[in-house]
Design a protein around this ligand. Structure first.
Ligand code: NI
Length: 151
């Protein structure tokens, strides 16, 4: 296990489309472990693989109750809307107001290769949408209605 340095703008990898995982091999499991360690080290609530320089469709999320490890995640349903403040480890010192769905349903593979489906609302829904956007090279500043610098 290892802690990586989180990639920040203007690194172009943040704008690339990540590639689906075909086989959940030891490399993918190690990637999940390293992403988890890095997310906790940075006190983040979510991290996408491109943020540590790996163009794979893998995200980890922990909003405080449980670690979620999602491989090839896809949002299959969006309901309602919420508007709230968001930041990103790849854009240190910037926060913005972003409109997101209030509730999402996501399908993914877990680390055992099992298909899972989960529903999230509120902060979890926000984290899911933010991290899955990273896999398509989309950053919250692309969607923010206003951004400001914070220290
Ligand atoms: Ni982010």
């Amino acid at each position: 296990m290892a802690i990586y340095q989180v990639v920040t703008l203007p690194d172009g990898i943040l704008r690339d489309k990540a590639i689906p995982v075909k086989n959940i091999n030891t490399g993918v499991l190690r990637l999940l472990d390293n992403m988890k360690d890095t997310m906790y080290e940075y006190d983040g609530i979510g991290l996408a693989a491109p943020q540590i320089g790996v163009l794979r469709r893998v995200v980890v999320i922990d909003i405080g109750d449980d670690l979620l490890e999602l491989i090839n995640p896809e949002i299959i349903k969006r309901e309602g809307e919420q508007n709230g403040s968001e930041g990103c480890l790849s854009l240190p010192g910037i926060v913005g107001l972003v409109n997101r769905a209030e509730k999402v349903t996501v399908t993914a593979l877990d680390r055992n290769g099992e298909e899972i489906s989960l529903e999230g609302s509120g902060l979890l829904a926000r984290a899911l949408q933010h991290e899955i956007d990273h896999l398509d090279g989309i950053l919250f500043i692309d969607k923010a209605s206003e951004t400001k610098k914070v220290k």
